[in-house]
Design a protein around this ligand. Sequence first.
Ligand code: GLY
Length: 293
Amino acid sequence: MTVGAVIVHGGAGSVPEERRAAHVAGCARAVEAGLEVLRAGGSALDAAQRAVEVLEDDPLFNAGYGACLNEAGEVELDAAVMDGAGLRFGGVCAMPPVRHPIAVARALLEEGRHALLADHGADAFAVAHGFERLSADALITPAARARLEAVRAGRAESGWAGGTVGAVAWDGAHVAAATSTGGMVGKARGRIGDSPIPGAGTLAEDGVGGVSATGHGEAILRSGTGHHVVAALRAGASASDAAASAIAALHSGTGSTGGVIVLDGAGRPGRANNTETMSWAYGTSTGERDAGW
Ligand code: GLY
């Protein structure tokens, strides 16, 4: 039997009680999709990408369809994928709508010329590589419009970044991490968060582990949350302890909130968050399943 593990998150935040089960179910579906890829002989990189694509298609989450809106009412997407084998990385930032920004990030990783592309450059790359450019409103849900309206009307704070999605997968040899988000509600045009930045929102290194972060992007960028997790793993911490210490460092350094999911270099899981909720799910190809918020 193929050995493998997949862990995903559906964002750190404060999801109302009545919606938590749906968020967890969405995460569990993404884990199954990732495990299916591993069963079919796919790599950790394939599995992490597929798990994130499932979450990008789910309007409950702030990524792909359902992404939050910037202050101009537009979708601008951040996504990244990293292969622990060779530290290969591809990320897109503040990108106009495509159905699966994580797949564009993967194409950039495979091309290998650049690690990050933003805005028009990311859009041109996507079109040149066969991705369909969507209309400006194709990914906008009623809930995303309502969230921006609430911010504009002063009924909610700007800066909500809940619902970012991520996955870390291990295929018995390699670890990979992927993260995708619409960013923060009411963000400035061109704002880039932690998700597409290696060492902040996304990081993977074979033999050490992988991490996907969620939460307040500016704080995660400043704290180097992904690097913190991988440094702790390298120093011998368990996946759970590495996750907890990165979130403790995020809070002590910036006073801010977030969460991480982690697999160590042998596929053992860990997670931590200092928010009210962070939906997550975990599974292995040997039949283990766990999930929560
Ligand atoms: N953590 C997602 C963001 O701030 O963009």
